[in-house]
Every structure is written in structure tokens, then in C-alpha cells.
Design a protein around this ligand. Structure first.
Ligand SMILES: Cc1cc2nc3c(=O)[nH]c(=O)nc-3n(C[C@H](O)[C@H](O)[C@H](O)COP(=O)(O)OP(=O)(O)OC[C@H]3O[C@@H](n4cnc5c(N)ncnc54)[C@H](O)[C@@H]3O)c2cc1C
Length: 422
């Protein structure tokens, strides 16, 4: 009998794990709560055949695991932004990028990145938030402002919450060259992986309980006819821990693992897509515009799409995103108007609040002061026959990315193969 494995969650971590397990000849079943696969990778169609992303969107050029899958599955990537040229800050009513900053502002930013780089090299995780660190460092006000801004627009949290040890990974991001988008949308990648898995995937089937009994694992899934027990030799759990902490796990988890599952922090994001009848900004690909307010970033996802209609993606991160509620659409319009006062009326819009999503309960993980060192040893070890994957369990530089989800799924499969070869 071949080794039976259950994968919980059909986001990119679960799909990659299942894809690799099938390649290795395993008997796999995937249980997914939503009616669709992809999880936090979710493309939606708007008018005129155009699409936007409510969740993940950009692929960095060092995201090699994702790029390899895309190539294997015949999925194209389109160029999106080049850094630093395409990153703009809306400051005092004007758009600035690295080239238009004063010498003083530029050296303030260089100083910030250099300090973050040395923190990264020291591999420390001080008991300090970004806010506390900025208050004691000789960093110019301009660079402080940008750093605070990046906490919400990139890490989806607040400077008063994120640990400086984790924020320092920004230094690496600051050096990145360019990013890309998946042609047709990120859901194409999830759908292509799912196609290989066929009827091994069970959607609308939430897992309610995980239990290890001797050398087998039993998973209780909710079906239209009630709870059903499914038994396997091993389980890969890919749920965000913000969700997993609400599910009963009876398994040899050590206290530190239970502590990490119950308290790993997740940032909040509301993403709003606004579709306009035409492009009203001057530069065709205006890159990413960072602004202060309820929404902290705006960009155009339709740059490489056909049609005169154009979409703007508006990103609100951190605790501010938690307060938008039904006003999300109006506040996104107001944010666009701040930068482009002559914006015409929209023709369509879509919005998603990831903190209010019961199968995500947050956008992606971040680490509070000291948590990086406290939780890191407990993110990837299996608990008996239960293996963990998901972006939060990826190597730190890939956490919060599709790349992290894919790598974590592949790593969990390798852990099972290692167990079986002993
Ligand atoms: C707004 C936003 C913007 C982002 N932007 C980017 C970006 O530009 N680039 C990038 O690379 N990444 C980005 N990310 C991050 C990226 O989306 C994630 O890192 C990645 O998709 C996570 O994949 P995962 O498989 O780990 O988790 P998920 O995609 O969350 O998969 C977990 C799955 O488990 C399912 N599930 C939950 N509970 C249960 C249950 N009880 N039973 C069964 N199934 C369950 C969920 O429905 C979900 O499908 C963004 C994320 C968000 C939210």
C-alpha cells in the first residue's frame, strides 16, 4: 500500500506539497474549506476581460521556485516594476522617486538601509519595535517617515507592533531589482497545479479536528452529510496559524510549538480594485505609489492587459485596514483622488478584507519583538506524523510571499521522504 497523505488547505503551499507528493507516487487527498483553490492567491475578473488580484500579485526575480513551476506549467510572467526607479512616494502633494529626492533625503535613506543591513548581519532580534528603534537611532526624519510607511505598505502592520529584527529584512528587499506578474493572474498558477491533482482535491470541505493515534493521523472533515473521519499515514497542515489556532490538534506538539501556533502575529490588509474607463495618469506603467493615509499604496495591475479600461489596485495595511469596513471603496477612491484629483468615475470595483476572511484571519505573518528568535525553531519541525507548511514556515526572507508558500510545501514533502527513508 502506498503512503497516504492528507494535505490540509489548497493554497500554494498545499497545492505544491500535493503536486510533489503525486510526483513521488504518494496517495494524496487535499481538503480545502473554500469553494476554490489558491487561498490568498485570488484573481478576480472585472469588466472588459480585465482582471486584478485581491491577494498576492508580484513575483520577485529571485522567486525561483515559483518561476520554475510557472515554466513547467506553461505560465508566462510579465515585467511589472523596476526598482528603485518605479517606487514613488507621494510627499507634500508631489510624486518623488529615488532620482528626484534631494541629496539629504537620499543619504538619509542610505543610512537607514545601512543600519538595517548591519542589524540583519548581526542576526539579532532585539526586544524593540520599529517605532522604539527609530526613536533611539540617529536617523533623519525623512527616513523615519519612510520606514514607518513601509511597515504598513509592505509588512501589513504598524511600526508600534513589528519587531525591528524582522523589519530589518527590508534591507534585503530594498536591494531587489525588479518584479513580475503572472499573465492571466496568480490563480492561473493555483489552477494549473490543481489540474494535475484532479479529484484528489475536495473543496468546500473544512477540516475541524486533527488527531494522531499511534502511527496514523485522523482528520475530521465537514461534508454536507456531516463530519467524516479520514485516516492517513501523515498530514501536511498548511493553514495560516491565525486559523489553525481555532482547530483542535491532538498530537505530540511541544509547548513551544503550541505557543507559536497560538500567538504568531498576522497583519491586516484590505485590497481594493478600482476599474476606470481609461488611463488618466501620464506614465503608462506608473510603478508603485506609496502615500500616507487609509490606503498606503496604489499601482496599476493592467499595464500588460488589453483594453482601454484600466484598474488601480489600492492597498491598505496594518491596523488602519481593520477600520475601513464598508467604507473601503469610498476611502480607496479618496486615496486615488489625493494623487490624481481629476480621476474620472469608476466603472467597477472589488474589495477584500483578509482579516475578516474566516479562512485567512489576516494577510500574512509578521514577528513582534523577540518572536523571530522565539518562534523560528518551532515553525518547521513535525509533531509526530503532522507536518507543517505555509508561508509562515518558509525561510524568513520568503515569508509573506507565494515563493515562501511553495518552498514550504516542497520542504514538508522532503521531511516526509526523509522520515520514510529512515
Ligand atoms: C493582500 C495580499 C497581498 C499579497 N501580495 C503578495 C505579493 O504581491 N507577492 C507574493 O508573493 N505574495 C503576496 N502575498 C502573500 C501570499 O498570498 C501568501 O504568502 C501565499 O499565497 C500563502 O499561501 P499558503 O498556501 O501558505 O496559505 P493560503 O493561501 O492561505 O492557503 C491556506 C488554505 O487553507 C484553507 N483553509 C483554511 N482553513 C481551513 C480548514 N479549516 N480546512 C481546510 N482548508 C482550510 C484556506 O481556504 C486556504 O485556501 C499577499 C497576500 C495578501 C493577503
Amino acid at each position: 500500500m502506498s503512503h497516504q497523505t492528507i494535505v490540509i488547505g489548497a493554497g500554494l503551499a498545499g497545492l505544491s506539497a500535493a503536486y510533489e507528493l503525486v510526483r513521488a507516487g504518494f496517495d494524496v487527498q487535499v481538503f480545502e474549506a473554500r469553494p476554490r483553490v489558491g487561498g490568498r492567491a485570488h484573481t478576480v475578473q472585472l469588466n472588459a476581460g480585465q482582471y486584478g488580484e485581491l491577494g498576492a500579485e508580484f513575483v520577485d526575480d529571485n522567486h525561483t521556485a515559483l518561476i520554475t513551476y510557472a515554466t513547467e506549467l506553461g505560465i508566462q510572467l510579465d515585467p511589472a516594476c523596476k526598482f528603485p526607479d518605479d517606487l514613488y512616494w507621494f510627499i507634500d502633494g508631489m510624486l518623488h522617486n529615488r532620482m528626484s529626492l534631494t541629496e539629504e533625503q537620499s543619504s538619509a535613506l542610505d543610512n537607514l538601509y545601512a543600519k538595517l543591513q548591519s542589524l540583519l548581519e548581526e542576526q539579532k532580534d532585539p526586544q524593540q519595535t520599529l517605532d522604539e528603534w527609530l526613536n533611539v537611532q540617529p536617523i533623519a526624519p525623512f527616513a523615519r517617515r519612510i520606514a514607518r510607511w513601509l511597515a504598513s505598505s509592505l509588512f501589513a502592520t504598524d511600526p508600534e507592533l513589528i519587531g525591528i529584527g524582522f523589519f530589518a529584512y527590508l534591507a534585503g528587499i530594498g536591494n531587489r531589482g525588479c518584479n513580475m506578474r503572472i499573465r492571466g493572474g496568480v490563480s492561473r498558477l493555483a489552477d494549473a497545479l490543481a489540474k494535475h491533482l484532479g479529484n484528489r482535491i475536495h473543496t468546500r470541505t473544512p477540516v475541524r479536528c486533527i488527531q494522531q493515534i499511534d502511527d496514523t493521523v485522523s482528520v475530521s472533515v465537514e461534508t454536507p452529510s456531516g463530519l467524516v473521519e479520514v485516516v492517513a499515514h501523515s498530514v501536511i497542515v498548511t493553514l495560516p496559524w491565525s486559523v489553525l489556532r481555532h482547530i483542535s490538534i491532538e498530537a505530540p506538539l511541544i509547548d513551544a510549538q503550541r505557543e507559536a501556533i497560538s500567538s504568531l502575529a498576522y497583519g491586516g490588509v484590505v485590497k481594493t480594485l478600482l476599474q476606470y474607463p481609461h488611463r488618466f495618469w501620464s506614465k503608462p506603467n506608473f510603478g508603485i505609489v506609496l502615500l500616507e493615509g487609509e490606503y498606503q499604496a496604489i499601482w496599476e495591475p493592467t499595464f500588460a492587459q488589453m483594453g482601454t479600461e484600466k484598474i488601480l489596485s489600492c492597498f491598505s495595511g496594518g491596523t488602519r485596514s481593520l477600520k475601513l469596513c464598508e467604507q473601503a471603496g469610498d476611502l480607496a477612491l479618496a486615496a486615488v483622488h489625493t494623487v490624481y484629483p481629476n480621476a474620472p468615475k469608476i466603472i467597477a470595483s472589488r474589495s477584500h478584507d483578509w482579516s475578516a476572511d474566516e479562512w485567512a484571519r489576516g494577510a500574512y505573518c509578521y514577528f513582534r519583538p523577540g518572536d523571530l528568535h522565539r518562534f523560528d525553531p518551532h515553525l518547521t519541525p513535525p509533531a509526530g506524523r503532522i507536518f507543517f507548511a505555509g508561508e509562515h514556515t518558509a525561510p524568513v526572507e520568503y515569508r509573506g510571499y507565494m515563493e515562501g508558500a511553495i518552498r514550504s510545501g516542497q520542504r514538508a514533502v522532503q521531511q516526509i521522504l526523509n522520515l520514510l527513508s529512515v
